[in-house]
Unconditional design. Sequence first.
Length: 534
Amino acid sequence: MLKVLITFLLALSFLACTKKDKQSGSNEYGLKNSETLRIVVDREPPSLDWSIATDTESALITNNLMEGLVAYNLKDPELSLQPALALKWTSSENAKKWTFKLRRGVKWSDGVEFTAQQIVDSWVRLLSPLTASEYAYFLFGIKNAKEFNKGTIKDSKQLGIKVSPQGDIQVELESSMSYFPYLLTHSSTFPIRLDLIKKHGVNKWTEAGNHVGLGPFNLKVWEHDKVIILERNERYYGEKAKVKNVLGYIVGEKSTALNLFDNGQVDAVKDLPKSELRFLAKKKEFIKESMLGIFYLGFNVKKAPFDNVLVRKAFIHAIDRNEIVKVLGAGEVPLKGWVPQGMFGHNNNVGLAFDVAKAKKYLNEAGFTDLTKFPKIEIGFNTNENHQRVIENVQAQLKRNLGISVDLKNEEWKVYLNTLKSNAPHMFRMGWVADYPDPDNFLNLMTSYSDNNHTGWGDTQYDHYIEEAVSVADKSVRKLIYQKAQKILLEKGASVFPTYSMVQTHMVSQRVKNFPVNAVYQFLFKDVELEKAK
């Protein structure tokens, strides 16, 4: 109730002002609107601890507060890499050993010098079983990393991570990996300050006032469930951010967010409600962009009746992806494979197609001849208007095509993530946006040792294919390996139901220049400029 009241009051707070006033005056936080980018943050970030966070909302904030060794050149359609904290990187032994030459003289926002040891500390923390990071598997390519994460190797000095005498980072991998630098664009690999964690505590070091970073902005204010304010970091090593502040209102209701935009109180709203796209798409502020991301439904294979692969196959055959895409209406592309459209490895000739007759046949083979006695199941999803439209359509299709009723359960994002970790529903909604533009990022997600795999499913042959493909340089051979892996995941195991390749939609004020829209869904605000109110 309190959150609803806050957003309601927020929506009313400037009604007496004109749009010009809202762009040239000051806001309720004393920030000049002429030097403040005002955005909507869709939900409370579950964590700004980048070793632990797993969601896009947390990444949105962290990516503006921190940087890693390398970064994407987001102006390049091919998403090439460019230097960040590392000036350059080289490989040897067929991309099995890597050296990253670090910038000198870089300072954290509190004036402390950035060092290579802070990279080592971060990666050890990420891999430590005590951290229980869902992204630990990202670095399993490093020598002894998987064994260290399992606890079979205790000494972190046995990891293939070293600081050279010159103060640079040297990495030894288990096998060749040509795309290893791409992994280091991800926030989970950013350097860390163990002294700050020790000083403030593991749950408090990322709060405003305690947080220290290396990125173009500092965390000035974090009023939980209400607002986040970023302020330009004057100690940032690179070109200083063009806006002084980023003001993020935490607003979960899209109708409220759009009202704030229409009233001139915010400059940008992302992930627009599908129900209003026909109307919004006609406006000059509307932006639409494809992205390297997928929407999928997962099955908890540890819970009956989905412990039976025949039942999982039946449910997949009973759902028409094309109908879901029509419900959304934003240009999403139906997806049978596990790699999104636009990425190497995309293959819609794998997976299970819509076929109600096959669905009923599989249920009959599974022993469910009387579907009126089918056990009660639940589909979980996080609170979001667009997700609800999809899940309600799935519910309707299962009722229409199989005569099976399913219950729906929605939870706030942070609660939902905890549910998936502790006791995932029979079926659950999830999405995945590329952390790096390689099919390994999507296929690695479903390995038996991935903590982001909430299905409970695993297959040793599947794991083997994913591990084998990493060191294969020939793209045609690699593509064939990924095709075999996807057949195991989507046809033999049927543990997940890929639905569509994602499309992103935004409303962005005409006063905003260089708003960051890109295929990897990274919102970096340092290059944003604001036109002066006329």
